[in-house]
Design a protein around this ligand. Sequence first.
Ligand SMILES: C[S@@+](CC[C@H](N)C(=O)[O-])C[C@H]1O[C@@H](n2cnc3c(N)ncnc32)[C@H](O)[C@@H]1O
Length: 227
Amino acid sequence: MAMQLDQVVPFGRSFDEYVRMFSLSDRDLQKTILSVADGPASFNAEGTQQGCQIQSVDPLYAFKGEEIRSRFYAVLDDIITQIKNTPDSWVWRYHTSPDALRGHRVEVVERFYADYAAGKAAGRYTFGELPHLSYEKASYDLALSSHFLFLYAEQLDTDFHIAAIDEMLRVSQEVRIFPLLTLSQEKSPHLVPVMNYLSAAGYQCQVEKVDYELQPGGDEMLRICRA
Ligand SMILES: C[S@@+](CC[C@H](N)C(=O)[O-])C[C@H]1O[C@@H](n2cnc3c(N)ncnc32)[C@H](O)[C@@H]1O
């Protein structure tokens, strides 16, 4: 189904946040990376400047940069107000306050926006929608999903998660997913069934602590490798 931009909250995270969320080492950053559901993150923009090979894929890329940026500013203040109204529901270690978080999100969307047209022309931002990816088998060393799988637990069922992760594993050697909590800040109900399925299919699944936490308890990622 075609994505409706007025139903999307296009908030994105920075390169530094991706490095922390996925414990990306210098060696990882030399790998070919597919960042699925990458949205208006600046991971690709900043990473490309540093010489990384990052491919972003998201249905959001059906839209023009100006449309994505306008939608971001249309929802920004509402989201920050909701966060200000629930200060104890967030960990203020990395983003030190709701206003600092606002500033970081603006920096990210502006970096994304400045890179988007050139990146799209270069094929670094490609329209694509899980659970199907258009890439050949084993095209990438590492596939990442930030703030999509497990988070939208009510909208996406266990079967969708399994199909999406199977597809990410088809096109890459390793998959990492962050966070493992839902929007209601509970452990995603899909985590255990997904891990059981993957283990039975012969993959190694490991939940690992990472150096990033905004949702309380949301400092873990799932790493999935071929056994
Ligand atoms: C909360 S944003 C996360 C953006 C980015 N990964 C980050 O962490 O900053 C969620 C993204 O999932 C994308 N998305 C929605 N449905 C998708 C699907 N079926 N396949 C891939 N991405 C999807 C949205 O367009 C949106 O950009």
